[in-house]
Design a protein around this ligand. Sequence first.
Ligand SMILES: [Zn+2]
Length: 94
Amino acid sequence: MATILKNKVPQRKCIGCNESKPKKELIRIVKTPEGEMLVDDTGRANGRGAYICNNPECLQKAIKSKGLNRAFKMNVDTDVLIKLSEEMAKLGKR
Ligand SMILES: [Zn+2]
């Protein structure tokens, strides 16, 4: 049996529950240089990013605790939050 030494999975902190989780279990939200907020499906979009669990509760927490605003150093509009939660819901259904 081969010993697997490659267990250094990159971890990121969810801006909702503040738990560190493997990057691939989290959703990346990105603010593009144009100022657009989107769910980064590919994980490679340009811009400032924040990570969140694929869980509507974490998004709610991030909104309540202003974690999103802190992560992006701006006030995130309600419209944008609705859009993000819809995009997260879509990802969850895959
Ligand atoms: Zn979370």
